[in-house]
Design a protein around this ligand. Structure first.
Ligand code: ADP
Length: 297
């Protein structure tokens, strides 16, 4: 296993930032680590990379115990922290050669990595002359110089414009082919675009761990509907295939169904039979977004 976290907790004073979390990830997997702000994503990543120590639990990276052997473990890890700390006054190539020298890596490898992350035409510039997208490439280049088995990327696309977003996601996908990638984000589309698997963390606890393919094959259907009239729950319960419902405000409902049949016409018929009018009706994509809201709200 490339990543193995077992019963990890981290407390800051008496606040638990993460609470007995466990998960594993294997080679070739790109795992999206999703959660609202303050859920514990960065804390988990810092524990994985040996930057901070857990209060409890064990963490192995490529079978090396990160707490007992942080230096050995860090040889196997490439880490792009949340705010991508770079020496802005250095030139791109100079910076990467400097980072490489720390790992005793030769300049030939630096040239290879510059090419791989698409920095060739920018390599002669100072880092502070680069756009945010290219700065992220420099951060990614620095993270993969020592050819780590595991890449930990903390919100790698925050602040990028839509074109840069697509480019960096492509790059992460490419890098993920022969590595294990754990990527934190609060953008659901990002997980759908890049990841094979999603782990959702909320208030320091893992609330779901699923393959994206499992999500896509689910029959769950979420429909938001507004009637012209306040309905009793017992009426709503009569809808076929309904598995959950929530009366958000006044006459608005979020209805969850478990069926492959499109439930919108059924809701229309239901309204008509009961003398109701529909003022609004939206299907929510049965996707990560619905799941995320359900689990973290
Ligand atoms: P995320 O990355 O998901 O936004 P974090 O891991 O940064 O979440 O934070 C999880 C919780 O731990 C938050 O409530 C945060 O305020 C708290 N926290 C993080 N770092 C520290 C710290 N150094 N000292 C005290 N509390 C912290």
């Amino acid at each position: 296993m490339s990543i193995q976290l077992t019963d990890i907790s981290k407390a800051y004073g008496n606040q638990k930032a993460v609470n007995t979390i466990s998960f594993e990830a294997k080679k070739g997997e790109i795992v999206g680590f999703l959660g609202p702000n303050g859920a514990g994503k960065s804390t988990t990543m810092k524990i994985l990379t040996g930057f901070i120590q857990p209060t409890e639990g064990t963490v192995l990276v490529s079978d090396v115990d990160v707490v007992a052997n942080p230096i050995e473990a860090q040889k196997k890890i490439g880490y792009l922290p949340e705010h991508n700390p770079l020496y802005l006054d250095m030139y791109v190539r100079e910076y990467l050669q400097f980072k490489a020298s720390i790992h005793k890596i030769d300049n030939e490898k630096v040239a290879e990595v510059i090419e791989r992350v698409g920095l060739t035409v920018e390599a002669h510039k100072k880092i502070n002359q680069l756009s945010k997208g290219y700065r992220q490439r420099v951060g990614l280049a620095a993270a993969i110089l020592h050819n780590p088995e595991v890449l930990i990327l903390d919100e790698p696309t925050t602040g990028l414009d839509p074109n840069q977003l697509v480019e960096i996601r492509e790059l992460i996908k490419e890098l993920g082919k022969d590595k294990t990638v754990l990527l934190s984000t609060h953008i659901m589309q990002e997980v759908e675009a890049v990841c094979d698997r999603v782990i959702i963390i909320n208030k320091g606890e893992i609330v779901t761990d699923k393959l994206l393919t499992e999500l896509k094959t689910s029959n769950e259907q979420i429909i938001r509907v507004t009637f012209d009239y306040k309905l009793e729950e017992q009426f709503i319960k009569r809808l076929p295939n309904i598995t959950a419902f929530k009366n958000t405000i006044e006459n608005n409902w979020i209805l969850t169904f478990d069926t492959s049949e499109d439930m919108r016409p059924v809701i229309f018929d239901f309204a008509q039979e009961n003398g109701l009018k529909i003022l609004g009706l939206n299907t929510e994509n049965k996707n990560l977004e619905g799941l995320f809201r359900e689990l973290t709200n």
